[in-house]
Design a binder for this molecule. Structure first.
Ligand code: SME
Length: 179
């Protein structure tokens, strides 16, 4: 099951997130690589719900600048300043921001004009430092609710559990090469 990309649009939202969480955990079992985790989460969330854009903006200058990371969807803006748009607001305030109608959000950055609603969540590491934000955009109004917030916050907790970067041993590399 771990090798498939699930479509969970027919399930109630909380059930969909429970299933997706188990799937993400199975696919990423034993993986301790921030970029691989971000890429995998972007892919699985994007296709599970048929979103417009799903991905990470990484903190490259703490307190000042986000730069695009792994994502799925149309071309994303490359850089976003803290405090700008929904992503910059979530980064500055370090809180999840849910926007039902992007036209009502002052300063919203329209990377894709079809985006009508979005959710952006802060991503922190084991030391509590902000390392990224996770941005999910929809071409429908009011797509995201508290079930999305809870489901996605839980999915992103893995970044706060990750240990310090380690150098993989030769046997670990060999194991991961056959996945
Ligand atoms: N809409 C976001 C910008 C990122 S893109 O939509 C991928 C914002 O206002 O921060």
């Amino acid at each position: 099951m771990a090798e498939v990309t699930l479509d969970l649009r027919d399930l109630p939202r909380t059930e969909a997130y429970d299933t997706l969480q188990r799937h993400v955990d199975a696919v990423l079992e034993g993986v301790d690589d921030e970029i691989a985790e971000m890429a995998t989460i972007s892919c699985l969330v994007h296709h599970a719900f048929g979103h417009l854009w799903t991905g990470f903006y990484r903190v490259v200058v703490p307190g000042a600048l986000l730069r695009v990371g792994p994502y799925q969807g149309t071309l994303g803006c490359l850089e976003i300043a803290f405090g700008r748009g929904v992503c910059g607001t979530a980064a500055t305030e370090r809180r999840t921001v849910v926007v039902d109608d992007v036209n009502e959000f002052p300063g919203h950055i329209a990377c894709d004009g079809r985006s009508l609603s979005e959710i952006v969540l802060p991503v922190t590491d084991a030391e509590g430092r902000l390392i990224a934000v996770f941005d999910v955009d929809s071409e429908h109004r009011a797509t995201f609710n508290d079930d999305d917030r809870v489901g996605l916050e839980r999915m992103l907790e893995r970044f706060a559990r990750r240990g310090s970067p380690v150098t993989a041993t030769a046997s670990e590399v060999a194991v991961s090469a056959v996945r």
